[in-house]
Ligand binder design. Structure first.
Ligand SMILES: Cc1cc2nc3c(=O)[nH]c(=O)nc-3n(C[C@H](O)[C@H](O)[C@H](O)COP(=O)(O)O)c2cc1C
Length: 389
């Protein structure tokens, strides 16, 4: 299987480790390249104090020689700088379960007395691993002209507004809160400031767009090959992501079918084109060659300075939740995590489509583009039209 990975490591352990397997040989890969994506996960807007401590860098331990992948498993190690501060420290047991975290179910399931046994791994610190793997997938897909970008479409009560997608993505690339424009940037900054003062947390919506995709990644032939299912699952696997949407899925429920679906139009050159992209780049689990547009809903994260009602699992008594250093709104930081998990699924699908052990071998194979779809001069009718025998 291509581009599969497994990570290990706790939030305050010595390091995170991730092994990614199934990357073709010959892909240029460096620690600097991975560091660029890891830095995007450390955006300051809405982040807590942890991001002041960490400067994430993935050390490449295997699978790369002379700056290129060898086809062997790639092991990456990301040090936790915060580990030093916790080493040798007497850390009291954490026994008040926080609503919205793994805490209560994990203690019941694994029989823990100390919630730290669960929170250390359920923490979103692990998403640094996925961003590192995502950087490898980004480098691989980039060889085929496939690129991903994203923006924060709404944050807290600041609503989502219609945007010009290209302009929004361009603005977001350098925006501290990954906002689509200056008005949103200012509104997001105010909302985060207010939430911090009130001891609150904020959620938001992230839109990720992938361009340059060929036609026909994924398939409808079995459920597990459907790319919508794979990408949907990957996005939902990110901590605090509670909803995922392709194109305009939720708004589309109110539109009559004949007006919703992206028309198939024959242009002057005989190509079949799709003037709209309501489907978001996927039909029947396959890429259409149009931009993939995925929207993810991130909940307001559970650790709030403002106390929440809970119970102390040590004595069963009602207790307010305690606060430990935490983000206010990690939605801007989560953008690159969403891009990463989507890129990983697309990289796997591309490997499945092309086969091959090396990048050279893969690049020698041709991918279908929308331009491949040509009609014969006389359109053929493959089935009887209404009123015909
Ligand atoms: C990049 C990122 C950073 C996060 N930071 C925090 C945080 O500082 N505090 C917190 O309570 N939750 C944070 N979360 C969310 C929790 O990890 C998540 O809500 C928790 O593990 C429970 O899982 P669930 O929300 O997916 O059900 C973060 C999530 C992401 C993606």
């Amino acid at each position: 299987m291509a581009f599969r990975y497994i990570s290990a490591g706790e939030s305050h352990g010595p390091c995170l480790t991730v092994i990614v397997e199934g990357v073709p040989a010959g892909l240029p890969l460096s620690e600097d390249l991975i560091a660029a994506d890891l830095a995007r996960r450390q955006l300051k807007a809405g982040a807590g104090g942890r991001m002041d401590i960490e400067t994430d860098r993935a050390e490449i331990l295997s699978g790369v020689m002379a700056g290129r992948t060898t086809g062997a498993p790639i092991a990456l190690r990301i040090a936790n700088r915060d580990f030093a501060a916790w080493q040798g420290r007497e850390v009291p047991a954490y026994t008040v379960a926080r609503p919205g975290h793994a805490d209560l179910a994990a203690c019941v399931k694994y029989g823990f007395d100390d919630i730290r046994c669960a929170l250390e791994r359920s923490s979103a610190r692990e998403t640094a691993c996925r961003v590192a793997v995502g950087a490898v997938a980004r480098a691989f897909l980039g060889e085929f002209g496939i690129t991903a970008s994203s923006y924060v479409a709404s944050l807290g009560a600041v609503p989502e507004c219609p945007v010009d997608l290209d302009a929004a993505l361009a603005f977001a690339a350098t925006s501290p809160s990954r906002a689509p424009d200056q008005t949103a940037e200012d509104a997001y900054a105010n909302a985060i400031h207010l939430a911090r003062v009130q001891g609150e947390t904020l959620g938001g919506r992230i839109v990720c767009v992938v361009r340059g995709l060929p036609v026909g990644l994924g398939s409808y032939v079995t459920p597990d090959r459907r790319l919508d299912a794979r990408i949907g699952g990957a996005v939902l696997s990110v901590n605090a992501i509670k909803g995922v949407e392709f194109g305009q899925a939720f708004a589309a429920t109110a539109v009559p079918g004949s007006r919703l679906h992206d028309p198939i139009v024959r242009d002057d050159a005989g190509h079949l084109v799709r003037p709209t992209n309501a489907a978001g780049g996927l039909e029947a689990g396959m890429t259409t060659g149009q931009p993939l547009v995925v929207r993810a809903a991130m909940k307001p994260i559970p650790t709030t300075l403002a106390p929440q009602r809970s119970v102390n699992l040590a004595d069963g008594q009602p207790s307010a939740t305690a606060y430990e250093r935490s983000d206010t709104c990690p939605v801007p930081r989560a953008c690159v995590v969403i891009e990463s998990v989507i890129l990983i699924e697309l990289a796997a699908a591309l490997c499945e489509k092309l086969g091959g052990d090396s990048l050279t071998e893969m690049k020698s194979r041709r991918l279908a583009t929308p331009d491949d779809v040509r009609l014969s001069p006389e359109p053929k009718v493959f089935w009887p039209l209404p009123g015909h025998d």
